[in-house]
Design a protein around this ligand. Structure first.
Ligand code: SF4
Length: 268
Protein backbone atom coordinates (compact mmCIF):
# COMPACT_ATOMS: atom_id res chain seq x y z
CA UNK A 1 0.00 0.00 0.00
CA UNK A 2 1.42 3.38 -1.00
CA UNK A 3 2.02 6.01 1.68
CA UNK A 4 0.08 9.28 1.47
CA UNK A 5 1.95 12.15 -0.17
CA UNK A 6 2.69 15.22 1.93
CA UNK A 7 0.37 18.06 0.93
CA UNK A 8 3.10 20.69 0.73
CA UNK A 9 6.85 21.20 1.02
CA UNK A 10 8.84 23.95 2.67
CA UNK A 11 12.54 24.64 1.99
CA UNK A 12 13.53 22.89 5.21
CA UNK A 13 11.42 19.86 4.31
CA UNK A 14 13.04 19.72 0.87
CA UNK A 15 16.43 19.78 2.54
CA UNK A 16 15.42 17.08 5.02
CA UNK A 17 14.49 14.64 2.21
CA UNK A 18 17.91 15.12 0.64
CA UNK A 19 19.67 14.83 3.98
CA UNK A 20 17.83 11.69 5.09
CA UNK A 21 14.72 10.20 3.47
CA UNK A 22 13.73 8.32 6.65
CA UNK A 23 13.83 11.47 8.82
CA UNK A 24 11.74 13.18 6.12
CA UNK A 25 9.17 10.39 6.28
CA UNK A 26 8.90 10.53 10.08
CA UNK A 27 8.44 14.28 10.01
CA UNK A 28 6.55 15.13 6.78
CA UNK A 29 4.51 11.99 6.14
CA UNK A 30 3.98 10.32 9.52
CA UNK A 31 3.92 13.81 11.08
CA UNK A 32 5.55 12.58 14.25
CA UNK A 33 6.11 15.29 16.83
CA UNK A 34 9.64 16.42 17.62
CA UNK A 35 10.50 17.77 21.05
CA UNK A 36 11.33 21.48 21.15
CA UNK A 37 15.02 22.32 21.24
CA UNK A 38 16.63 25.42 22.79
CA UNK A 39 18.25 26.16 19.42
CA UNK A 40 15.01 26.29 17.36
CA UNK A 41 13.04 28.01 20.14
CA UNK A 42 15.75 30.69 20.42
CA UNK A 43 15.45 31.21 16.67
CA UNK A 44 11.68 31.66 16.98
CA UNK A 45 12.15 34.18 19.79
CA UNK A 46 14.73 36.27 17.92
CA UNK A 47 12.67 36.20 14.70
CA UNK A 48 9.63 37.50 16.60
CA UNK A 49 11.69 40.23 18.31
CA UNK A 50 12.99 41.40 14.91
CA UNK A 51 9.47 41.33 13.48
CA UNK A 52 8.29 43.56 16.35
CA UNK A 53 11.28 45.86 15.81
CA UNK A 54 10.36 46.37 12.15
CA UNK A 55 6.78 47.17 13.07
CA UNK A 56 8.16 50.33 14.75
CA UNK A 57 8.73 53.60 12.87
CA UNK A 58 12.24 53.67 11.32
CA UNK A 59 13.73 56.20 13.77
CA UNK A 60 12.46 54.14 16.74
CA UNK A 61 14.44 51.03 15.70
CA UNK A 62 17.23 51.34 18.24
CA UNK A 63 19.05 48.67 20.22
CA UNK A 64 17.15 49.48 23.47
CA UNK A 65 13.89 49.20 21.49
CA UNK A 66 15.04 45.85 20.09
CA UNK A 67 15.73 44.58 23.63
CA UNK A 68 12.21 45.73 24.63
CA UNK A 69 10.88 43.79 21.63
CA UNK A 70 12.75 40.72 22.91
CA UNK A 71 11.00 41.10 26.29
CA UNK A 72 7.64 41.44 24.55
CA UNK A 73 8.36 38.37 22.42
CA UNK A 74 9.27 36.37 25.57
CA UNK A 75 5.98 37.34 27.23
CA UNK A 76 3.98 36.51 24.11
CA UNK A 77 5.61 33.12 23.62
CA UNK A 78 5.99 32.06 27.28
CA UNK A 79 3.05 29.60 27.20
CA UNK A 80 3.74 28.27 23.72
CA UNK A 81 4.64 24.55 23.83
CA UNK A 82 7.86 25.33 21.96
CA UNK A 83 9.00 27.30 25.03
CA UNK A 84 7.08 25.79 27.93
CA UNK A 85 8.17 22.34 26.66
CA UNK A 86 11.84 23.21 27.07
CA UNK A 87 11.55 22.95 30.85
CA UNK A 88 14.69 24.99 31.47
CA UNK A 89 16.15 25.48 34.92
CA UNK A 90 16.46 29.15 36.00
CA UNK A 91 20.19 29.04 35.11
CA UNK A 92 19.50 27.52 31.69
CA UNK A 93 16.78 30.09 31.06
CA UNK A 94 19.17 32.94 31.96
CA UNK A 95 21.71 31.57 29.43
CA UNK A 96 18.96 31.11 26.82
CA UNK A 97 17.84 34.76 27.19
CA UNK A 98 21.44 36.06 27.25
CA UNK A 99 22.17 34.16 24.01
CA UNK A 100 19.04 35.58 22.35
CA UNK A 101 20.10 39.06 23.46
CA UNK A 102 23.57 38.55 21.98
CA UNK A 103 22.04 37.52 18.65
CA UNK A 104 19.94 40.71 18.63
CA UNK A 105 22.94 42.89 19.52
CA UNK A 106 24.91 41.19 16.72
CA UNK A 107 22.13 42.01 14.26
CA UNK A 108 22.95 45.71 14.75
CA UNK A 109 26.53 44.99 13.64
CA UNK A 110 25.29 43.82 10.22
CA UNK A 111 22.93 46.65 9.31
CA UNK A 112 21.14 49.72 10.64
CA UNK A 113 17.42 48.85 10.87
CA UNK A 114 16.52 52.55 10.56
CA UNK A 115 17.62 52.39 6.91
CA UNK A 116 15.48 49.35 5.99
CA UNK A 117 12.13 49.76 4.19
CA UNK A 118 10.19 46.54 4.77
CA UNK A 119 7.11 45.87 2.65
CA UNK A 120 6.38 42.48 4.20
CA UNK A 121 7.28 40.70 7.47
CA UNK A 122 6.87 36.97 8.14
CA UNK A 123 5.14 36.73 4.79
CA UNK A 124 3.49 33.37 4.03
CA UNK A 125 3.75 32.55 0.32
CA UNK A 126 2.36 29.49 -1.44
CA UNK A 127 2.59 28.42 -5.07
CA UNK A 128 1.74 25.23 -6.94
CA UNK A 129 4.18 23.39 -9.15
CA UNK A 130 2.38 20.48 -10.77
CA UNK A 131 0.74 18.52 -7.96
CA UNK A 132 3.02 20.01 -5.33
CA UNK A 133 2.19 23.01 -3.19
CA UNK A 134 5.30 24.94 -2.22
CA UNK A 135 5.09 27.13 0.83
CA UNK A 136 7.46 29.29 2.77
CA UNK A 137 7.54 32.21 5.17
CA UNK A 138 9.75 35.13 4.14
CA UNK A 139 11.24 36.78 7.22
CA UNK A 140 11.49 40.17 5.56
CA UNK A 141 10.75 41.54 2.10
CA UNK A 142 11.99 45.07 1.51
CA UNK A 143 12.71 47.75 -1.05
CA UNK A 144 16.27 49.05 -1.19
CA UNK A 145 16.32 52.09 -3.53
CA UNK A 146 13.60 50.39 -5.61
CA UNK A 147 15.35 47.02 -5.57
CA UNK A 148 13.39 44.09 -4.14
CA UNK A 149 15.30 42.25 -1.39
CA UNK A 150 14.49 38.99 0.45
CA UNK A 151 16.11 38.63 3.88
CA UNK A 152 16.26 35.48 5.98
CA UNK A 153 17.59 35.61 9.56
CA UNK A 154 19.71 32.70 10.74
CA UNK A 155 20.53 32.01 14.36
CA UNK A 156 22.79 28.99 13.74
CA UNK A 157 26.42 28.99 12.66
CA UNK A 158 27.22 30.25 9.13
CA UNK A 159 28.37 27.57 6.69
CA UNK A 160 31.94 27.11 5.52
CA UNK A 161 32.56 29.13 2.31
CA UNK A 162 32.35 26.03 0.10
CA UNK A 163 28.80 25.28 1.38
CA UNK A 164 27.49 28.86 1.09
CA UNK A 165 25.72 28.38 -2.23
CA UNK A 166 24.01 25.24 -0.92
CA UNK A 167 22.67 27.16 2.07
CA UNK A 168 21.27 29.79 -0.29
CA UNK A 169 18.99 27.12 -1.77
CA UNK A 170 16.25 27.98 0.72
CA UNK A 171 16.40 31.66 -0.13
CA UNK A 172 16.35 30.97 -3.88
CA UNK A 173 13.19 29.07 -3.06
CA UNK A 174 11.71 32.28 -1.62
CA UNK A 175 12.86 34.18 -4.72
CA UNK A 176 11.00 31.63 -6.82
CA UNK A 177 7.83 32.08 -4.71
CA UNK A 178 8.11 35.89 -5.02
CA UNK A 179 8.46 35.68 -8.79
CA UNK A 180 5.45 33.36 -9.05
CA UNK A 181 3.17 35.30 -6.69
CA UNK A 182 4.29 38.92 -6.97
CA UNK A 183 5.34 38.71 -10.62
CA UNK A 184 8.78 40.08 -9.83
CA UNK A 185 12.10 38.37 -9.21
CA UNK A 186 13.94 39.76 -6.16
CA UNK A 187 17.11 41.67 -7.03
CA UNK A 188 18.95 40.39 -3.98
CA UNK A 189 18.59 37.59 -1.47
CA UNK A 190 20.51 37.53 1.77
CA UNK A 191 21.02 35.33 4.78
CA UNK A 192 21.89 37.29 7.94
CA UNK A 193 23.81 34.97 10.27
CA UNK A 194 23.43 36.65 13.64
CA UNK A 195 25.85 34.43 15.56
CA UNK A 196 29.04 35.73 13.85
CA UNK A 197 27.56 38.08 12.57
CA UNK A 198 27.87 37.87 8.77
CA UNK A 199 25.66 38.34 5.70
CA UNK A 200 25.73 35.91 2.77
CA UNK A 201 24.31 37.61 -0.30
CA UNK A 202 23.33 36.45 -3.79
CA UNK A 203 21.54 37.87 -6.80
CA UNK A 204 18.96 35.41 -8.13
CA UNK A 205 18.89 34.96 -11.89
CA UNK A 206 16.50 33.38 -14.35
CA UNK A 207 18.90 30.43 -14.35
CA UNK A 208 19.11 30.07 -10.53
CA UNK A 209 15.32 30.13 -10.18
CA UNK A 210 14.72 27.67 -13.03
CA UNK A 211 17.43 25.44 -11.54
CA UNK A 212 15.66 25.55 -8.19
CA UNK A 213 12.33 24.72 -9.86
CA UNK A 214 13.87 21.74 -11.66
CA UNK A 215 15.62 20.45 -8.53
CA UNK A 216 12.41 20.79 -6.51
CA UNK A 217 10.41 18.91 -9.17
CA UNK A 218 13.06 16.17 -9.17
CA UNK A 219 12.88 15.89 -5.36
CA UNK A 220 9.07 15.79 -5.53
CA UNK A 221 9.25 12.93 -8.06
CA UNK A 222 11.65 11.12 -5.70
CA UNK A 223 9.20 11.67 -2.81
CA UNK A 224 6.31 10.33 -4.94
CA UNK A 225 8.39 7.28 -5.85
CA UNK A 226 9.43 6.67 -2.24
CA UNK A 227 5.78 6.93 -1.11
CA UNK A 228 4.63 4.55 -3.83
CA UNK A 229 7.28 1.99 -2.88
CA UNK A 230 7.20 2.80 0.87
CA UNK A 231 10.95 3.10 0.60
CA UNK A 232 12.49 5.80 2.80
CA UNK A 233 16.03 4.83 3.70
CA UNK A 234 18.11 6.19 6.55
CA UNK A 235 21.20 8.15 5.54
CA UNK A 236 23.49 8.35 8.56
CA UNK A 237 25.55 11.53 8.82
CA UNK A 238 26.64 14.10 11.36
CA UNK A 239 22.99 15.21 11.48
CA UNK A 240 22.07 12.00 13.35
CA UNK A 241 23.46 13.59 16.50
CA UNK A 242 20.58 16.12 16.42
CA UNK A 243 17.90 13.79 15.05
CA UNK A 244 15.03 13.22 17.46
CA UNK A 245 14.04 10.03 15.57
CA UNK A 246 17.37 8.32 16.23
CA UNK A 247 15.92 5.87 18.83
CA UNK A 248 13.66 4.55 16.02
CA UNK A 249 16.26 4.54 13.26
CA UNK A 250 17.44 1.13 11.96
CA UNK A 251 20.84 2.65 11.19
CA UNK A 252 21.21 3.00 14.99
CA UNK A 253 19.59 -0.32 15.91
CA UNK A 254 16.07 1.13 16.34
CA UNK A 255 12.71 -0.10 15.07
CA UNK A 256 10.89 2.44 12.83
CA UNK A 257 7.49 0.83 13.57
CA UNK A 258 7.87 1.85 17.22
CA UNK A 259 8.10 5.53 16.24
CA UNK A 260 4.32 5.65 16.16
CA UNK A 261 4.39 5.58 19.95
CA UNK A 262 5.27 9.28 19.64
CA UNK A 263 1.84 9.97 18.12
CA UNK A 264 -0.28 10.05 21.31
CA UNK A 265 1.78 13.09 22.31
CA UNK A 266 0.11 14.94 19.42
CA UNK A 267 -3.45 14.17 20.41
CA UNK A 268 -2.78 14.44 24.17
S1 SF4 B 1 19.25 9.08 12.98
FE1 SF4 B 1 20.31 9.75 11.11
S2 SF4 B 1 19.93 8.14 9.60
FE2 SF4 B 1 18.45 7.88 11.26
S3 SF4 B 1 16.60 8.98 10.64
FE3 SF4 B 1 17.82 10.41 11.85
S4 SF4 B 1 19.12 11.50 10.38
FE4 SF4 B 1 18.31 9.68 9.35
Amino acid sequence: MALPLPTSLTPSKVASFKDCALAFRFSAIDRLPEPPSPHTSKGTLVHRALQLLFELAPDERTLPAALDCLDRARTELADHPEFAGLQLTPEEEATFVADAETLLRNYFRIEDPKTIHPIGLELLLEAEVGTLKLRGIIDRLELDAGRLVVTDYKTGKPPHAKYEQGRLGGVHFYAFLCERLLGRRPDRIQLLYLSEPVAIVAEPSEQSIRGLEQRTSAIWKAVERACEQEDFRPRPSGLCEWCSFRPYCPAWGGDPAKARELLPLVSA
